[in-house]
Design a protein around this ligand. Sequence first.
Ligand code: PMT
Length: 400
Amino acid sequence: MLNEKHILIGITGGIAAYKTAELTRELVKKGASVKVIMTKNATEFITPLTLQTLSRHPVYMDMYSLSGDFSISHISLAQEADLVVIAPATANVIGKIAVGIADDLLTTSVMATRAPVLICPSMNTQMYENPIVQGNLEKLAAQGYLIVDPSHGELACGVEGPGRLPDVSEIVDVVETILTPKDLTGEHVLVTAGPTQEAFDPVRFITNHSSGKMGYAVAVMARRRGADVTLISGPTTLAAPRGVRCVSVKSAREMRDAVMEHLEKATVVIKAAAVADYRPASRSDSKIKKSEGTLNMSLERNPDIIAEIGKNKGQRVLIGFAMETDNLFENAAEKLTRKNMDLIIANDLNQEGAGFQTDTNVITMLDPNGGKETLPLMDKMDVADRILDRVKKIIEKRKR
Ligand code: PMT
């Protein structure tokens, strides 16, 4: 997703510098060309060789080194960057940038770049809370610098509070968000994800294998593309995505109520949740004791949420998923028409790497005109992006 993006990472002298090695690795893995500038103090915490190996480029430290590579200067590093990330950013470098001091390769590069600059402060809590540091951060934010708030926790110095460099995955998400074109700005995307749980006593329920990964990927990608996103999720172990309005539900009926509550302002609805079609007809208030012989349970139908939206969808774009083990395309096409969807995403439980729990999926998108687009095995984030490309096309067609 970061293919052909040039990212310049600046590392300053903080204990969290070791995490920047992982950050570099992740960004390279996602296809970015990453170059690293280290301040002299940063080299006390982590070696340039580590960053050189992970970035696959020389590490730049000195403005005046006679490296023989005349094309590399603070100006060329600054100019080729699509994004500059300073992680960890110490109080010292934050202060220097805030007042316009450019006395080393990193600060001169920041001064010379036209790319967005993302600052990831990381330091001792008292230093971070110092009004001078806070004032400098406010000043930088007001000038368009992007700041990732440090996370809370126990710091290397033993103090508990804000100051930790956030998890690498969070910084990568911020980087990807900055570098993603905002072509869904103005859209309100309502996504459902995960399984539902249908309880029949206080300790047991009927559910399915959905992990929520597919729906969460759609929510994250829609937010990266600039949409306002509401995610209604059944029980999962996934962390609530940053910048997304999250509503947790358990049963299909709770999911239905939450969807209806948030439906009005939604311009796009994407139903990736695996909603239980049936629930136990009765729920015991106490644990059902086991006894000899079989236990019979009668089930009753749950509301079909997407069908209800389909009956009164107005101008909304309505996308559903179909999970089948047999006659995938016939069944998916039937659901597409019957539930009045604009697109249905068919995923086949029998295919390796598709469907529940995996990080990948194999999908075919069917539209009401008989169009059929099959994608190869892909990461669920890429699948989500391709689904949103179709959403964008439907919206554009409606506007014409
Ligand atoms: O969560 P993961 O582990 O990443 O797995 C992803 C997934 C396989 C769950 C997902 O990609 C998927 O296929 N979700 C839909 C599964 C499903 O319930 O399919 P269905 O054919 O039963 O339902 C068709 C559509 O109607 C779905 O959009 C579903 O959300 C919706 N539905 C179904 C029943 C119901 N009572 N209400 C609904 O709104």
